[in-house]
Write a protein that binds this ligand. Structure first.
Ligand code: ATP
Length: 710
């Protein structure tokens, strides 16, 4: 493998390009590249699990901390661009005030930059001066640094899950394919017998018998071929659907933070890897096994005909394998870069389509277009690299097999002239050689293809190896009859990642059943975060939380979420009718209850005024409705669940004061626990108790009746 690195990157040890997956992990990717350079070979998946990086990215101090944990000595520096060639490379440069890149080398007025967002680039000092902030971080191993490989070993089986009928179909295909291979082994005899026995002795009867015999064989071969393809088609379709379903099931069960850290295009592209894996495994893998088996028989026959000629064929194949192997690493890197750039391009595209209105209103069409074009060019360039590598490989391949063919024809013809070979035997040998070349080259290609699958497996593993949320508890029977407190929080602390500041600090409070509580505080003080923790969206860093008397850590999230209704700031509606949205696509909706919920949310009259009433379509993400209407439908949807606790995060902020009071009044009649985040005094006044947060601490916790003037 090391030879390959040299081939693609010149002489000496080089850091590989590791492209970032999450928007904020450029720093981690830079450290991974440098650690790899010194012999600690790891991947982002492994590093991400070991060091949690904030969604807001890392700063230099955090990079130093991570590097030190990897036993790398660090030296942060402030320098002028002219002194950049004095740096110990590879090192990290601070870029554009919001990004990190690796400086690989400097030569003359140019430097090679490994950018985790774009790949390898050679930039002039002028170009660098536009990005470089003057801060660099040198890294090198300390005495405890260990050279090792620490990558997530991914077992395909483990994440593809259980697939029905796989082995049976595989068995059928294997038997049919074996039969086909036997036919193709027999067919060169036709030519040999015709030339050596029919033509030499002018035996027309034998010719007819041979023709009829081989005709039957050919028909049989075609029929079996058809059957094999049919079963293959059936199996791959089944596999594809089952694998996709398994991966989708996993995807929707991973925590919310997974989606928050990745772009839409990246998740879609990763999910698409299921297809490539399935295609390669069902067709290529099987063919490779059969090719491998049949090569042995073909080779035996070739040795029977002429060991000398057979050796030439074997040596050619060894050279072919070597060339293929040399091409493997650069090709893998180029393919990987192409996939990542394609995902970025499509993310930008999707975001542009989604945000078309904002873009137009801010007249940023040109900017979006040029940024997208830049991403497209990156993608196309990465594609060109793969194509160029392919061209070079095909040339080497063509020359190799051309020489081999000429050599064998020359030596074979000499053997015929010397009387050691008949013409028929020579022809048959050539046919076997053709089969051998095809099969072994195919076998090598497929081996490489299966190895290349690692890219897709690694990409998919980002989804599949992410731990799903704990949805189910050991016991599903819960008794809420004598539960006193809806929520009990003791000593709760929370920060988003190891390196982020504490957002919530040592909070303790109890909310009795059926109490209505307003959580207030200045913007950014952690109200939404607290709500998300109570809902199990984020996990508390410290402390204990009990919901309806059950420990949040032990109670399955499904059981908790069954008891609660939520209206959050970023909630969305889905494509469908209003009725479907209120019932959240319930398969047996309760019409009457749905209307009651709409009445409580004060949206019933609005819906009736719409041309198709409850059957009015809302369009995806609910963009046919006014902000206030949407919020009230979301509230009706939360109430439809018949929750015991209702969480509302500025759920009525789009309503006018009068409408809001109407909704608050109706909600007050409901005998459920309500926890609401609000800024408006009218909404806060509708609660019985107010908990005020500031800087992550509870600064006030009062019952409103105690402070209201009588
Ligand atoms: N996913 C995240 N990763 C890192 N920090 C975050 C994340 N989400 C929010 N924060 C930070 O946590 C702090 C609290 O945010 P939160 O949304 O809980 O505030 P809030 O009190 O609900 O504000 P508002 O009243 O404006 O809705 C903020 O400083 C915010 O920048």
């Amino acid at each position: 493998m090391q030879i390959l690195d040299k081939l693609s990157f010149g002489f000496g040890r080089k850091a590989p390009v590791i492209l970032q997956t999450e928007a904020t992990e450029c720093g981690l990717a830079c450290i991974a590249m440098i650690a790899h350079y010194y012999g600690y070979e790891s991947d982002l998946l492994t590093l991400r699990r070991r060091f949690s990086v904030s969604q807001k990215g890392s700063n230099l101090n955090q990079l130093i901390k991570i590097s030190n944990q990897l036993k790398l000595v660090t030296r942060p520096l402030k320098l002028e661009l002219e002194d950049i060639d004095q740096l110990k490379t590879p090192c990290i440069l601070h870029w554009d005030f919001n990004h990190f890149v690796v400086l690989e080398s400097v030569s003359g007025q140019k430097a090679t930059i490994l950018d985790p967002a774009f790949g390898k680039r050679v930039l002039s000092f002028d170009e660098i001066s536009e990005h470089f902030t003057g801060v660099a971080l040198e890294l090198w191993p300390n005495t405890d640094f260990e050279k090792k490989q620490e990558k997530n070993q991914i077992e395909l089986r483990s994440f593809i899950g259980h697939v029905r009928g796989l082995w049976k179909s595989l068995g059928q295909i294997l038997i049919l394919a074996l039969a086909l291979e036997i036919f193709s082994l027999i067919s060169p005899f036709f030519m040999q017998w015709v030339i050596d026995h029919v033509i030499v002795s002018a035996d027309r009867d034998l010719l007819t018998v041979l023709a009829i015999g081989f005709c039957i064989l050919m028909l049989l071969q075609q029929f079996i071929g058809l059957l094999r393809s049919w079963i293959m088609m059936y199996m791959s379709t089944h596999l594809n659907v089952q694998w996709r379903a398994n991966v989708f099931q996993h995807l929707i069960n991973v925590p919310v933070s997974y989606f928050e850290r990745r772009s839409l295009g990246d998740v879609v592209s990763r999910f698409g890897s299921v297809d490539s894996i399935q295609r390669t495994l069902t067709s290529t893998f099987l063919e490779a096994i059969l090719d491998g088996l049949m090569t042995i028989f073909t080779l035996i026959l070739m040795f029977v005909y002429s060991p000398k000629l057979a050796w030439i064929a074997i040596i050619t194949m060894c050279i072919y394998a070597l060339i293929r192997w040399i091409w493997y690493t650069p090709l893998k890197r180029a393919t990987e870069a192409e996939i990542i750039h394609a995902a970025k391009q499509s993310s930008h595209f999707m975001e542009t389509v989604r945000g078309a209105k904002t873009i137009k209103l801010f007249q940023r069409q040109d900017l979006r277009r040029s940024t997208w074009l830049g991403l497209l060019v990156n993608q196309v360039n990465a594609g060109l690299t793969t194509q160029k590598l392919g061209l070079g490989f095909r040339l080497a391949n063509g020359v190799l097999f051309g020489i081999q063919n000429i050599l064998i024809v020359w030596l074979g013809a000499t053997l015929v002239l010397e009387g050691n070979f008949t013409v028929g035997v020579f022809m048959a040998f050539m046919a076997y050689k053709g089969q051998f070349d095809g099969r072994v080259a195919g076998l090598i290609d497929k081996f490489i293809e299966v190895k290349m699958l690692q890219i897709d497996v690694e990409r998919l593993s980002d989804i599949v190896l992410t731990e799903p949320e704990k949805l189910y508890a050991e016991t599903d029977h819960h008794d809420f009859s004598d539960v006193e407190n809806a929520i009990e929080v003791s000593n709760l602390s929370f920060k988003y990642s190891e390196n982020d500041p504490m957002i919530l600090k040592d909070l303790s409070f109890k909310i009795p059943m059926n109490q209505s509580v307003a959580i207030v505080g200045p913007t950014g003080c952690g109200k939404t975060t607290l709500l998300h923790i109570l809902l199990g969206v984020f996990h508390q860093s410290k402390g204990e939380i009990k919901v309806m008397g059950h420990d949040l850590d032990q109670w399955g999230l499904n059981s908790i979420r069954e008891q609660i209704g939520t209206v959050l700031q970023d909630d969305i509606l889905f494509a469908g009718s209003i009725a479907e949205n209120i019932c959240f696509f319930d398969t047996s909706p309760q019409q009457e209850w749905m209307q009651q919920c709409a009445e409580i949310a004060s949206i019933h009259q609005d819906i009736l005024k719409m041309p198709m009433g409850y059957q009015t379509l809302v369009g995806d993400i609910g963009n046919m409705l006014s902000g206030g209407q949407k919020q009230r439908i979301l509230l009706a949807r939360a109430l439809y669940k018949k929750p015991k606790i209702l969480f509302m995060d500025e759920a009525t902020s789009h309503l006018d004061v009068q409408k809001e009071q109407e909704v608050n009044h109706k909600l007050k009649q409901l005998n459920i626990t309500k926890i609401l985040i609000a800024h408006r005094p009218e909404t806060i006044a509708s609660a019985e108790r107010v908990i005020a947060l500031q800087d992550g601490l509870i600064v006030e916790d009062v019952l409103l009746k105690d402070i209201r003037p009588i």
